[in-house]
Design a protein around this ligand. Structure first.
Ligand SMILES: *Cc1c(COP(=O)(O)O)cnc(C)c1O
Length: 350
């Protein structure tokens, strides 16, 4: 791999005490091209502008996939959390978007080289991390709906602050009555920009009504709960944890997988089955809905304090974080920051 180091590091111009999310980028980036049927010329270069033509097909037709994972500063080194899972999913997204797959080992090696170079960009403060954004875009120049012959794979990284500046505050969700996120056979299971573009207007309307995010219902009947924003959702009913099943319409979250694994390990019942929103409302009225939370890389665990559906507004656990949400948050972040034993081999140390 060719490595070109920057001769102007921005490290000392960066205020590591007041980091937002995805606003500052580290010194270097990884780049690799797909040409004549193979991935070629892997390189690490200074983070900076890339040259594209206005006819770049991915700008027009959206043949793009991406990932989002994190690295943490620990006493044992830089810890990347479950990288193979994210690159596995990147390839799943590639399949759906007709993008050539990339060997996950190659991705992990590229990431390791990049992080070795930008090691000092991983924030030291507890709660902070380095957000890693791998992405692939179609690189042909044409107008017309067809599969591109060339692609670019890049990895950029961004030091990010604590997702919750004032500690974990429960979020408020509202179901969308007019919009849907995905239907079976669509793009719902792929991490591809189209899904986020379509969520902007519904999310904006939810915010205007005073809610944090939309709670998506299934696209066919608008009856079953799917997921929220960039998070999978979980509900603790009586003493069982329930989450919607992966059926092609929701994203196969790595955090979702981590939560299911831990909760099963702790000996609790976890079920993946469809949850009609009306049943959630009645479970809440009957006092059986004990807690609810979202799970995703950015926030790890986000307690859900309120859900509005049609006329009904349900409050969960008095609008406070539940014991299981807190326990999961502590366990997952504990493993990520190297403070708790890595029993399941989830840490990739650099
Ligand atoms: C990324 C994402 C998630 C969460 O996945 P993680 O792997 O846990 O970060 C859930 N839903 C959607 C729509 C997403 O884009």
């Amino acid at each position: 791999m060719e490595i070109t180091k920057t001769n102007h590091s921005r490290l000392h111009e960066t205020d590591f005490d007041s980091l937002g999310f995805g606003e500052v980028f580290s010194d270097h980036m990884f780049s690799m091209d797909y040409k004549n049927g193979e991935w070629v010329s892997p390189q690490i270069i200074p983070f900076g502008k890339i040259e594209i033509l206005p006819s770049l097909c991915s700008l027009h037709y959206g043949q793009v996939v991406f990932e989002g994972l994190k690295a943490f500063y620990t006493k044992n080194g830089i810890n990347v959390f479950r990288p193979e899972k994210y690159f596995e999913r990147l390839n799943k997204s590639c399949q759906r978007l007709c993008i050539p797959e990339i060997d996950p080992d190659l991705c992990i090696n590229a990431l390791r080289e990049l992080l070795e170079l930008d090691r000092d960009w991983v924030p030291r403060k507890k709660g902070y991390s380095l957000y890693i954004r791998p992405f692939i875009f179609a690189a042909d120049n044409f107008l017309g709906v067809k599969i591109s012959q060339t692609y670019r794979f890049m990895i950029i990284t961004s030091p990010v602050g604590a997702y919750y500046k004032e500690g974990i505050n429960p979020i408020r969700l509202v179901t969308a009555s007019e919009y849907v996120r995905a239907v079976k056979g669509g793009l719902g299971a792929a991490k591809t920009p189209a899904n986020y573009a379509s969520s902007l207007l519904p999310a904006e309307e939810a915010k205007k009504k005073g809610f944090t995010q939309v709670l998506w219902l299934d696209g066919l009947e608008r009856k079953y709960i799917e997921e929220s924003g960039a998070m999978n959702v979980f509900f603790r009913m009586d003493d069982e944890l329930i989450t919607p099943p992966l059926g092609g319409t929701i994203l196969n979250g790595v955090t979702r997988n981590t939560v299911i694994h831990l909760v099963k390990y702790w000996g609790m019942n976890v079920k993946e089955h469809r949850i009609p929103i009306d049943e959630l409302v009645s479970a809440s009225e009957e006092g059986r809905l004990k807690e609810a939370f979202g799970a995703g890389t950015a926030a790890v665990i986000s307690p859900i304090g309120e859900i509005q559906h049609n006329g009904a507004l349900i409050t969960i656990n008095g609008g406070k974080i539940g014991y299981l949400s807190q326990k999961l948050y502590n366990e997952i972040t504990g493993i990520q920051y190297g403070e708790k034993a890595d029993k399941f081999g989830w840490c990739y140390l650099i």
